[in-house]
Design a binder for this molecule. Structure first.
Ligand code: FES
Length: 328
């Protein structure tokens, strides 16, 4: 008789915090490596890792540089004043602490590293665009990086970008001064309708995408990534660490604790919602939302669908109200 085969689990690595650098008053750079010094999996520009924090929370962070020695990952973390979880915890880390980390994944790939690109970043959203700029520079591809941020003092990677070999391709736009970006005017300079990669808060991304669409950019050339913690404009409530979901067909109330996804909580109570990516991009788990305010963390739903308040991706999204009533 064959031995019973264990189900394949996501591969997790134990990584040690090797170095913490204060990038700005609110941003730290954290370098992670294997305790045994062995190489880490390779990744491409735009990739992110998922970390399990000491509290059990899972959080995703973009890798902020291309692999150098191949033996460390580096992320940048913004301290969010309203955060009761991830960012505050990471800002409390010390060198030598150990975290569990899932292998890098990439849903924000450069479609073609030899095709001209326009990189548009706001604030900490610059993180995944730095390895993209490094890649484009390496391949000798025409690109520019427009970086909107409050001031040079508040700009993560300001000095690094000023000193980079592609410094002439980087344009800073400081929102505290007259040097604010005129997004439409910037886009209008690119008659070739090149690929646009945009990352930052939702309002910034929406503006770039809307302006690009109105200038005739094809949707296939618009690539976006919402950084963790970005807020949808329609949501004023703070995200909750723990909340309840109600199954509309039976009235059953289920607790969703910190560090547990809605689909995991449902499954633990015998209710299966089909899942695939479990990261909010494939659409498999889409579920009707009858009541309550979702904290959307997916990249699948359109802005209109989010604004309707009638859909949620329960594999990753959470709640901003005490209870979500699900159409199950
Ligand atoms: S399982 Fe892919 S979006 Fe939820």
């Amino acid at each position: 008789m064959l031995d019973e085969v264990e189900p394949v689990k996501a591969i997790m690595l134990d990584l040690v915090v090797q170095r913490i650098l204060k990038e700005t008053e609110d941003v730290v750079r954290i370098e992670l490596a294997r305790e045994d010094g062995e190489p880490l999996p390779v990744y491409q520009a735009g990739a992110h890792i998922t970390l399990q924090l000491p509290s059990g929370l899972l959080r995703q962070y973009s890798l902020c540089r291309l692999p150098t020695s191949g033996k460390s990952f580096e992320i940048a973390v913004l301290r969010e004043p309203q955060s009761r979880g991830g960012s505050a915890e990471l800002h409390r880390l010390k060198e030598g602490d150990v975290l569990q980390c899932k292998f890098p994944q990439n849903h924000f790939l450069l479609t073609n590293p030899r095709s001209p690109a326009l990189l548009m970043a706001a604030g900490i959203g610059v993180t995944p665009l730095i390895p993209m700029a490094q890649t484009l520079h390496k391949t000798g591809t025409n690109f520019c990086l427009h970086y909107s941020v409050k001031s040079s003092a508040k700009a993560p990677f300001y000095q690094m970008l000023k000193d980079s070999p592609f410094a002439d391709k980087v344009q800073f736009h400081f929102t505290d001064t007259e040097r604010r970006a005129d997004i439409r005017a910037l886009l209008e300079q690119h008659k070739d309708k090149r690929d646009i990669y945009v990352c930052g808060p939702q309002a910034f991304i929406d503006t770039v995408l809307e302006q690009a669409a109105s200038l005739g950019w094809p949707e296939t050339k618009l690539h976006r990534e919402y950084f963790s913690g970005s807020r949808s404009p329609e949501m004023d409530n703070a995200p909750l660490d723990a909340f309840q979901v109600k199954v509309a067909s039976t009235g059953e109330m289920i607790d969703v604790d910190q560090g547990v996804t809605i689909t995991e909580a449902l499954e633990a109570n015998g209710i299966d919602v089909p899942v695939s990516c479990e990261e909010g991009w494939c659409g498999t788990c889409m579920t009707g939302l009858i009541e309550g305010v979702a904290d959307h963390r997916d990249t699948f739903l359109s802005n209109d669908e989010r604004a309707s308040g009638q859909l949620i991706m329960p594999c990753c999204s959470r709640a901003r109200s005490e209870c979500l009533v699900l159409d199950l």
